[in-house]
Design a protein around this ligand. Structure first.
Ligand code: GLY
Length: 492
């Protein structure tokens, strides 16, 4: 059996490691724009080949698939989906684990995703407005005074999202100005070069609560959920600093518990099951809308809000990164069996099982990340020991040395009986990573610590108390906004 993996970051190293554990002993090939040392090692050991090329070019990917003789292709990141790579492979008779262009709209367009959620009345929907130009947004920003999240309407690697709290009357004029300035920069800067989408700007109601991700394998009919994961976006301890692609993530079995034997949870069983149901409804809706089947991984990037409980913030048409390390490292079932069941549309006939263990992943980044990738890249990287438990991420082999690529250079993975125990193991691994030229690395020490979990649980409990109150009074999801001169108005 031969498999071609598309992509070369930490997520793809986690996918490659899952294939390396398969009883089918597949020969693994990889196509990526960088040479990831971890994936390269697995590819070599399996007898496959590593190709360098543009992963977003459908013709290039099918060429690599044919050259390798792959039985199927596993697409890691989202951009190849948006560029129609899975469609081209299927047209060429090569099965693919990856959302095709039509269904990956769930992730690519945040406006389409919300349209769908409202059209099909899927719970966990936020009130929103979408705009094609900045000028269209101005009258709206002028009229409505409220706390909002301003977002690029296309998936743009998580960049450009800004939440603006707008509670004080005496600051309203200033806040309007900030909203307008940021809305303009989203349309003119963050969305520059994205000509594949009509709507450029999304303005959503601002919500608060702990965030988490629920991934599922799907063949379009059956949904196989994976353990819930919580990603930590901010660069520094205590959720300070700029938002990144994810500084590390925690998971603990199917819900997000404090410790295996402790009842307290960021996410209860009921909330987890509701979240899975929301993801399933989203897949059904996009399939009904497009008439196309979803084959691959889908994820709800959710928040436990005071408005709805489980609420969709955005959708992924792939595994999250670093979240992939959490879910795949405890996957007990054979990934090849799962992929074959997806391709044959018989996912209902197999059981995908996960170990009930806590996993903590900590990303290690060169200083400069996330906003100065120019200075974060090009540093020689060294790992002490055999590298077990360390996923290579933004790293590239050049002249037989490994250099940082400017983003998260490695992801250290700890597994344990509780989240804090897994966190301590991941922390130990971070000590093995250094840059040979003395450039500094940083990571978050607090991810998965007792203190950080206490904070997350306190936040979850606050949101939980309010959404359950709303639920009892039939107010779930109802939104009241204050319009100057009109007072409180119910919308949505
Ligand atoms: N961890 C965030 C993402 O994968 O987009």
């Amino acid at each position: 059996m031969k498999v071609l993996l598309v992509g070369g970051a930490g997520r793809e190293h986690a996918i490659a490691a899952a294939f390396a554990r398969s009883g089918h002993e597949p020969r693994l090939y990889c196509l990526s724009d960088l040479t990831n040392p971890g994936i390269k090692g697995i590819v070599k050991k399996s007898g496959g080949e590593y190709y360098l090329g543009n992963i977003n070019d459908p013709e290039g990917v099918i060429k690599a698939a044919k050259k390798s003789g792959a039985d199927f292709v596993f697409v890691g990141p989202e951009e190849p989906n948006f560029h129609g790579v899975p469609d081209r492979l299927e047209d060429g008779g090569i099965p693919c684990i990856g959302a095709n262009r039509a269904v990956s709209e769930l992730e690519m367009s945040k406006a389409s995703m919300r349209d769908l959620q409202w059209k099909y009345k899927i719970p966990g929907r936020l009130w929103y407005k979408k705009f094609k130009t900045f000028e269209e947004a101005v009258p709206y920003i002028e009229e409505y005074a409220d706390s909002v999240a301003l977002k690029p309407a296309r998936q743009a690697g998580g960049k450009g999202v800004k939440v603006i709290e707008d509670f004080q009357v005496y600051l309203q004029e200033d806040k309007r100005k900030v909203k307008k300035e940021h809305a303009e920069s989203i349309v003119r800067e963050y969305m520059k070069g994205y000509d594949d989408i009509d709507y450029k700007l999304l303005i959503e109601e601002r919500v608060w609560g702990p965030e988490y991700t629920v991934h599922c394998f799907t063949d379009g009919s059956t949904v196989v959920p994976m353990p819930a994961v919580q990603d930590n976006k901010h660069a520094f301890d205590g959720d300070l600093g700029l938002e990144t692609g994810g500084m590390g993530s925690i998971s603990c079995g199917m819900n997000l518990r404090w410790g295996v034997d402790d009842g307290r949870a960021i996410l209860t069983d009921e909330e987890y099951l509701k979240s899975v149901e929301i993801v399933r409804m989203m897949i059904d809706a996009i399939q009904t809308e497009t008439g196309e089947k979803y084959h691959g991984v889908v994820a709800g990037q959710m928040m436990l809000t005071s408005v709805w409980g489980p609420t969709v913030i955005e959708m992924y048409s792939r595994l999250g990164d670093p979240e992939a390390g959490n879910v795949l490292s405890v996957l007990k079932s054979d990934i090849v069996d799962i992929c074959e069941a997806i391709i044959g549309e018989r996912l209902n006939t197999i059981k995908a099982e996960f170990e009930d263990k806590a996993v903590v992943v900590k990303a290690v980044c060169p200083e400069g990340y996330p906003n100065r990738r120019d200075i974060a890249s090009g540093h020689p990287v060294k790992i002490k020991g055999n590298g077990d438990g360390i996923l290579w991420a933004s790293a590239d082999i050049k002249d037989e040395r490994v250099f940082s690529g400017g983003s998260r250079v490695v992801e250290c993975l700890g597994v344990g009986e509780s989240v804090p125990e897994a966190s301590r193991r991941a922390e130990k691994l971070t000590e093995k990573v250094s840059l040979e030229d003395g450039w500094k690395l940083f990571h978050r020490r607090d991810i998965g610590s007792e203190k950080s979990l206490e904070r997350r649980i306190a936040l979850a409990n606050m949101a939980r108390e309010i959404y359950q109150y709303r639920e009892r009074r039939g107010l779930l999801g109802k939104r009241m906004i204050w319009i100057p001169g009109k007072g409180l108005v119910e919308v949505g």
